[in-house]
Design a protein around this ligand. Sequence first.
Ligand code: GLC
Length: 432
Amino acid sequence: MTAMKGRGHSLLAASVIMLWVFYCNSVAAAAPARLAISCGALGVQLRLCQEGVEAWSRQTGTPVKVVATPNSSTERFALYQQILASHSPDIDVFQIDVVWPGTFAPHLVDLSSYIDGRFTQQFFQTMITNNTIDGALVAMPWYTDAGVLFYRKDLLQKYGRSPPQTWQQLTESARIIQNAERAAGNTRMQGFVFQAKGYEGLTCDALEWIDSFNGGTLVNSAGKVTLDNARAAAALDLAASWIGDIAPKGVLNYDEEASRGVFQSGNAVFMRNWPYAWALGNAEGSPIRGRIGVMALPRGGDQGHPSATLGGWQLAVSRYSRHPALAADLVRYLTSYAEQKRRAIAASYNPTIKALYQDQEVLAAVPFFGTLYDSFEHAVARPSRVTGSKYARVSAEFYYTVHDVLSGKSAAAPALAALQKKLIRLSRGEQW
Ligand code: GLC
């Protein structure tokens, strides 16, 4: 009897558990999936992201929250690090920088389990390789970037100057036009604006100066630090000479948007920036609409070569997402040919699908995608692959040093020699 009673109790308990499990499952099934995507908000980025996401939501019936992030790549990195380290499921899809796949790979889903190989084949294979870490495709390339030089066609013409082929020619033309315009009453005119705030953007600009002087790429592909050399120092010395001459002192605090603000309001002759600035500068209501030229960045003297830093953003799915298959489908949709085409035409975001550079509608909207194709294809990578998870530290040490040189706190040669030593210590002798 007692035994019967015991069995009765356990039967009852088992049924309650089963009912509870059944209830939980049906609640989970009934609760509609919701996704959250974190997109950049620079320029018109957030609106573009929202439009793409809404189109996917309409097709799939899945609501998606769009979360804006800080403009600075450095700040965004810190934020994502926090979110991912806490294994939070709050954000399903992250927009990640081209230099982050190595660092974030442990927190990201292998997209090749969800996205067909034929889809992936349309992309530039160097980008797919960049995003493949230990055999896992941790992100899909969304748009690519390379530094370009924007100039005021009307001002160069007015003063009979041709587009500069070397940094030295840029310095001279910027000075002549800036001073003449100021003398004529436009006291706010600046010769050259770029990104010299202490953040990831400065790493991009300074890598271009140094590489264009044949001064190397900070750390070479074998992991050797290459900063301590005379050509790198010459590049930084020239850049330091711009501050207070052809560039305002305030440039030491400029990011992409601050430089664009000055250029787009008509107050700069030259600007180094990413392609997105073109569509905005030519938008209705822009004071410099139709007066912008775009070209490859100058060489470092006659012996140098034009160099553009490779930038760009990828879409990745968090390992902590509760809906990885749906999230991967959103990534597939946003990186598709049609969606990239829309973004290229509307806002000059460089596609990551090769065929889009032959698409006549894209080329008509953004002619320099055709004329500067080589700059985009041969853009120089920051040393994120070889330095792996130490990249953020390497870049920060580099931009701090460059910022000191630009602000006149130290001369380039000794600053680079000290930085070289520091980075070698950090690398433990090329073994990053
Ligand atoms: C652009 C680039 C990105 C880079 C950042 C630096 O957004 O696409 O790769 O890290 O600028 O500011």
